[in-house]
Design a protein around this ligand. Structure first.
Ligand code: GDP
Ligand code: MG
Length: 371
């Protein structure tokens, strides 16, 4: 049955009517602002806008709006920050990620084999949890963002103290600025005799990053990924920045997350590393990830250990997928198999439509501008 006008739906979601018309168009539904659409279609549109739809009756839906953080209001608690390390090639991104990981006080005694699953979480000596994306470089950062998977809270800009700011450093700065992410500068390789941290700070000035000791608000931490010097300061600075940001999520709801890495593995099937953004992901949950669906058969943490659940900002390997999703795909837990298939089919169709539009007839925006 026809349930709701496009305008009313837009109003309930606090979205612009034109955006809803566009979303419908992408689904292959031609409707104007004043036309009515059925509840099934409305429900899918609502979820595409990132809201929660609740069917009140056969022909009406209720929309659970989220707060500015994109989460349900109420039941919010602090969550760890998600950090991406960027910088010029060879300035020490990978070394720093490895060195920071070794400072994890929760790491197990024997046999704790380091798994590279695309992200890891540590507990610092002062008890702060920090989540690092293990895919350094701005390609991953911008690609994820372009796909709507803006998971990074804080950018660590690595600058080698002997080399100073280079081309990719400048690129990283502009990406972080465009994404409006706070930047903490790690001045790396200070163990080297030719290290010159002051030169790095002066160069930062030229890119409108004013270090704290020069009257600005950019925290610069001298570190060495080789000797471990300064890593504690870097972690403290990250924790402080996170505290200022008041990062929160509701862990008491169905999980939503982002695929940061996915592959088909022999003997294991499709495996995706998912960063949980809100809610708690549990073994047995039925979910959609991109245009794939599944039921969580097992969850493994970044040490390869089986866990029963994963909460906000926790990275976890998910087994039980129907196929291999793509990095940047959103994972959402749904109530049952039928719903999972429905959403997966819808996304599949949407992807197909978008590809068709891009191939044969120009981009969607070009098409819409002709209407
Ligand atoms: P990436 O390209 O930014 O990931 O840089 P890598 O982590 O691969 O490091 C590039 C090179 O710099 C390697 O040979 C590292 O051993 C070296 N390196 C990284 N960090 C440090 C450091 O703090 N001190 C010194 N002396 N060498 C470092
Ligand atoms: Mg590297």
């Amino acid at each position: 049955p026809e349930a709701i006008t496009v305008q009313e739906l837009a109003n309930r979601m606090a979205e612009r009517g034109g955006e809803v018309v566009k979303a419908l168009f992408k689904m292959g539904v031609m409707a104007t602002i004043t036309q009515t659409i059925d509840a099934d279609t409305a429900e899918l549109v609502v979820e595409e806008f990132g809201h929660k739809a609740k069917r009140v009756s056969a022909d009406d839906i209720e929309i659970g709006l989220r707060d500015a953080e994109g989460d349900d209001t109420g039941n919010l608690s602090d969550r760890p920050p998600v950090i991406t390390i960027m910088g010029h090639v060879d300035h020490g991104k990978t070394s720093l990620l490895d060195a920071l990981r070794k400072t994890d006080v929760a790491a197990h005694e024997a046999g704790g084999i380091t798994q590279h699953i695309g992200a890891y979480q540590i507990v610092t000596p002062s008890g702060n949890k920090l989540t690092f994306l293990d895919t350094p470089g701005h390609a991953a950062f911008t690609e994820m963002r372009a796909r709507g998977a803006d998971v990074t809270d804080i950018v660590i800009l690595v600058v080698a103290a002997d080399d100073g700011i280079m081309a990719q450093t400048v690129e990283a700065i502009s990406h972080a600025k465009a994404a409006e992410k706070p930047i903490i500068v790690a001045i790396n390789k200070i163990d080297k005799p030719e290290a010159n941290p002051d030169r790095v700070k002066n160069e930062l000035l030229q890119h409108e990053l004013v270090p704290e000791d020069m009257g600005g608000d950019i925290i610069c931490v001298p570190v060495s990924a080789v000797t471990g010097q300064g890593l504690d300061n870097l972690e403290e600075s990250i924790a402080l920045q996170a505290e200022l940001m008041e990062l929160q999520a509701n862990s008491d709801r169905r999980a939503e997350g982002v695929v940061v890495e996915a592959k088909l593995e022999q003997g294991r099937g499709s495996v995706a590393t998912v960063l949980v953004r809100r809610g708690t992901l549990k073994v047995g949950d039925i979910f959609v990830a991109g245009s794939e669906s599944g039921r969580v058969r097992a969850l493994l943490n970044d040490r390869g250990e089986q866990v029963k659940s994963a909460g906000p900002s926790e990275p976890v390997e998910v087994l039980g997928l129907s196929g291999t999703p793509e990095a940047g795909d959103e994972l959402i837990v749904v109530e049952d198999d039928a719903r999972a298939r429905e959403v997966a089919a819808f996304r599949h169709e949407k992807r197909r439509q978008t590809e068709l539009a891009a191939q044969g007839r120009g981009t969607l925006d070009q098409m819409l501008s002709k209407i």
